[in-house]
Design a protein around this ligand. Structure first.
Ligand code: PGA
Length: 232
């Protein structure tokens, strides 16, 4: 079977993270959830096992978390199942903003800051759950999700009864404070918002546009724009 562009990107990003973990065993990672990183996490778990990677001192900081959700639908559950349990990240090194609230940024700083933050992008231009209107000067905070985000999540909450409406998220300043940022965007429907974010005016209306201000941003897409599959 032909390997899809998404699979190529997933293994590439996984390879890159694995190499960073190998060279910096106490690396701090900002970690997304959702559909975009799922294959990459599966690859990363596979690579970690193949190479006996030591995750005992790595710190994982979830980008965001719902405030009104069952445990099995939470991002902390997602990260445990898709990454942490598979690579053996100790429970003490798994951080989640819903547990630390306002102290999340202090916690990140105390661990030396984020070395690499991986992001997806929402159809409305959000990064983590920084919805349109979020200023650049924002740290970890709680938010009410926009109707567009709630709608995009509908598919993920099929049969779960209630779709969460509130969350806590790293702020734009938290994310821009990361030494390196990797943004992944898959599917034609993300093309337009990614274009606006990367080439349009920098504005709180498209929170991802603030990424233009970061000097170590890498973008991986499966559509023509960045020709990501052809990068070496
Ligand atoms: P998705 O979400 O990966 O499920 O498309 C991306 C996001 O909302 O950041």
């Amino acid at each position: 079977m032909e390997t899809s562009c998404q699979e190529i990107i997933a293994s590439r990003v996984a390879g890159l993270i694995a190499a960073e973990v190998a060279s910096n065993p106490s690396i701090c990672l900002g970690l997304p959830t959702g559909r975009t990183p799922a294959k990459m996490y599966a690859e990363l778990v596979k690579l970690s096992r193949q190479n006996n990677l030591d995750w005992s001192r790595v710190c994982g900081f979830a980008l965001d978390e719902y405030l009104d959700v069952d445990e099995t639908q939470s991002f902390s559950h997602y990260l445990s199942v898709n990454l942490y349990d598979g690579v053996g990240l100790p429970a003490a090194n798994r951080f989640n903003p819903s547990e630390s609230g306002d102290d999340y940024d202090a916690l990140i700083a105390a661990r030396g800051g984020l070395d690499i933050t991986i992001l997806g992008i929402g159809l409305n231009g959000h990064i983590a759950f920084n919805e349109p209107g979020t200023p650049a000067e924002s740290w970890t905070h709680s938010i009410v999700l926009t109707p567009s985000t709630i709608d995009a999540n509908r598919e993920l909450f099929k049969g779960a009864g209630r779709i969460p409406t509130r969350a806590v998220t790293m702020g734009i300043s938290t994310i821009l404070g990361s030494r390196r940022i990797i943004l992944m965007a898959f599917g034609e429907k993300k093309r337009s918002i990614l274009d606006q974010a990367l080439t349009g005016p920098i504005s709180p209306e498209i929170p991802a546009s603030f990424l233009q201000q970061h000097d170590s941003l890498q973008v991986f897409t499966d559509f023509e724009r960045a020709q990501a599959c052809r990068l070496d």
